[in-house]
Design a protein around this ligand. Sequence first.
Ligand code: 13P
Ligand code: SF4
Length: 353
Amino acid sequence: REEEAQQRIDAARARLGKKAVLLVHHYQRADIFRHADLTGDSLRLSRLASQSEADFIVFCGVHFMAEVADILSRPEQVSILPDLAAGCSMADMATLAKVERCWRELAEVLGEAPDSRFTPVTYINSAADLKAFCGEHGGIVCTSSNARTILDWSFAQRPGVLFFPDQHLGRWTAHQMGVSLDEMAVWDPDQRYGGLTPEKIRSAKMLLWKGHCAVHQMFQPAHIQRWREKHPEGFVISHPESPFEVCRQSDHVGSTELIIKTVKDAPAGSRWLVGTELNLVSRLAEEVRAEGKIVEFMSPTVCMCSTMQRIDPQHLAWTLENLADGNVVNRITVPEHEAALARLSLERMLSVS
Ligand code: 13P
Ligand code: SF4
């Protein structure tokens, strides 16, 4: 069945020719990755989507990525997600209703609209309506590879930042900029005033939404310490969605693209412990093995992004065959009123970074 699905993908692609482009995120499984036209982290894939000439942008990634492709592409281009159930559990942790309630509660505490006090910054791992919220309130989108630049821009606009949905990326990036942990506070959306006192809210420089990635949350400082005892000469590299202590104990912290580049550019024979999703780490280990580099996965338990994994050869084959037959399936469309505001915050990001 597996081999048959691969053949069906190849045949449908041959029928589609240049009409379809396959954008593939680094976390995709090997049996999908091999079909990629273009690969990248979220920032690179956003840029590629905005530059594509293809009629169909087939996104092998998760829902928010296909939404970004729809927002940044031309109206006649079509963005497709081969399995509509491929979401991002972190993105789901910040809904528009909860963020709007937070904004109202901030207004109550501050006695004025929060727009003069906090720049709303959403990680690209969020729904289009939150990107639109940021567009409407003078805010911006960031990714794991440009978070520092985007926070610099955001603090130049207003004294504070409301950052969602990933507290770990927000905390690590602000810490790198010299914001102390005392100047940060975690906003719990399930509690009134985020569970914070009015004094804490008024003095906070960085309000961090209480969201996280279940995959990166699994990495622990103890994993690094045990590995370093065995391999003191080795290097540790982690994705900034990992907990703060993991980032602090790593030699390098960065996006999926930066992780791949750093390990590929490293001296032959070096040894690496990598804290990010397993599909990426296994592929990287394979690619650098010939140079004598050893790449190991940070957690003793398997941490895969189960939603990225949903894009499988059967779904991809079915999607491409339908497109080749003239049936558009699994189209991701962001309503234009929302897309216009979301585009504002995404374009701010693309021009700042
Ligand atoms: P990157 O932008 O680093 O590829 O990260 C996307 C993501 O979802 C990581 O969990
Ligand atoms: Fe979302 Fe985490 Fe999967 Fe990335 S790895 S898509 S943040 S659930």
